[in-house]
Design a protein around this ligand. Structure first.
Ligand SMILES: Cc1cc2nc3c(=O)[nH]c(=O)nc-3n(C[C@H](O)[C@H](O)[C@H](O)COP(=O)(O)OP(=O)(O)OC[C@H]3O[C@@H](n4cnc5c(N)ncnc54)[C@H](O)[C@@H]3O)c2cc1C
Length: 382
């Protein structure tokens, strides 16, 4: 596998760096203070050509690679802000619609998700479960050519932002059959659709994780993705891609933690000298760098497999198990290097540590990733 970046990829990395400096840095403090980002953030991503990245140009997309999404995400992760997530949500939801949607569905939903006029979301989790499709209780009941959806979704990133989402619900008629989960594209301004205030999280300020309430929401049957009752494979495919994208975000957080640490040990005087002169800190920094590089290359590798059309379910689970624990440890080391200042909100490393904590439970928990990767090993003929 060749990790020499193409001229296009290098250009995208440069554009992402510029974007972070020009568009994200000035609003960082206000995002944290308000626990929200400005509504026009998504338009800014669209103007920078960071939406619909793998969606074909005919639907308003950029038509580029998953590797480029990863590279952009890593840059956004370095800011230590939540801003990567609305960008990722639009990209991954649009990709799902492009892959599974009918021509009419693609024509209707992809252009607004690519031109920044709509925020996306993807919703599986409910109050009763985030891991088990059998335990879903949100239902869709057919009514002529439409379906009527009732129920509650929980922790839905961007579920409160105007636009469209892919929602996984139980088909009341098919209930109990093996495939009884159906994926619907829902307009978030539909009558009967409402959202709670955002959950107050340990980190990721501005994530906009909300509960979504469906009260007799009428959705046309034509907005089903794939086949009725075939929602679970659609979810599994989406979430495997999410694992790689989240790993890229974690790599960005880890790199930022290292950068802050290198800066700090050069400036902080201990025993009359900058603390970087102490060998112990040099060793810590070198360890951090090696581990981040390993995470980065594994992440690029998984994205390249995805671009080659290979199965990524197992590789992405292995990747996430490794990256989650490694980067969490990197951010802890960065806090330690900063002494008491690392425990202060005045310093970026405190935020990086809190943000890194989410990866063990979001977009497939560590336990489920271990089950996916471990059971695949048992089935393997090698
Ligand atoms: C910041 C954030 C953003 C989120 N965004 C979204 C979103 O946009 N859309 C969405 O649908 N959801 C979202 N979620 C929800 C998230 O995906 C779920 O919380 C996650 O899937 C875990 O579900 P749960 O909390 O219900 O845990 P549960 O499923 O109740 O699991 C509880 C514990 O048991 C373990 N466990 C469960 N089943 C097994 C098993 N079979 N074997 C071994 N261990 C098991 C889990 O690993 C976990 O540790 C978000 C959550 C957060 C915190």
């Amino acid at each position: 596998m060749d990790f020499n970046l193409s001229p296009e990829s290098k250009m995208m990395v440069k554009a992402a760096k510029d974007f972070c400096e020009k568009e994200i840095s000035p609003i960082m403090d206000s995002i944290i203070e308000n626990n929200d980002y400005p509504d026009d953030l998504i338009t800014k991503f669209a103007n920078a050509r960071m939406l619909g990245l793998v969606v074909p140009k005919e639907y308003g997309g950029v038509g580029t690679t998953n590797l480029n999404i990863i590279l952009i995400t890593e840059e956004l992760g370095k800011t230590g802000s939540v801003c990567a997530y609305p960008m990722l949500m639009n990209n991954s939801t649009a990709e799902t619609i492009d892959y599974w949607g009918s021509e009419d569905v693609k024509k209707k939903f992809l252009p607004p998700l690519c031109d920044g006029s709509a925020y996306a979301c993807t919703a599986f989790t409910e109050p009763g479960t985030g891991s088990d499709p059998r335990a879903l209780t949100t239902t869709a009941v057919p009514d002529g050519d439409d379906f009527i959806i009732n129920g509650t979704k929980r922790y839905i990133t961007g579920g409160n932002k105007k636009g469209y989402g892919v929602f996984y619900v139980k088909d009341e008629i098919m209930k109990g059959e093996k495939g009884d989960v159906t994926a619907f594209v829902v307009d978030k301004s539909s009558e009967g659709y409402s959202a709670s205030a955002p959950w107050s999280l340990m980190g990721l300020e501005g994530m906009n994780c909300v509960d979504v309430f469906f009260k007799d929401v009428r959705v046309p049957g034509s907005s089903i993705l794939g086949e009725r009752g075939n929602g679970f494979p659609i979810l599994l495919r989406w979430i495997a891609g999410e694992r790689i994208q989240q790993a890229a975000y974690m790599v960005g957080l880890g790199q930022a933690a290292l950068d802050e640490s290198v800066k700090y040990v050069k400036e902080r005087i201990v025993g009359g000298k900058p603390m970087g002169f102490m060998q112990g800190f040099q060793w810590m920094l070198s360890e951090m760098k090696g581990r981040i590089d390993a995470c980065r290359y594994l992440t690029y590798r998984a994205a390249c497999l995805q671009d080659d059309g290979k199965q990524i379910a197992i590789d992405s689970s292995e990747l996430k198990i490794f990256v989650t624990t490694t980067i969490q440890e990197i951010t802890r080391m960065a806090m330690q290097i900063h002494g008491s200042y690392g425990y202060s909100k005045e310093y970026k490393v405190e935020r990086l540590f809190r943000y890194a904590a989410h990866a063990g439970v979001v977009a497939t928990s560590t336990e489920l990733n271990k089950t996916i990767a471990g059971s695949a090993l048992l089935k393997s003929k090698r």
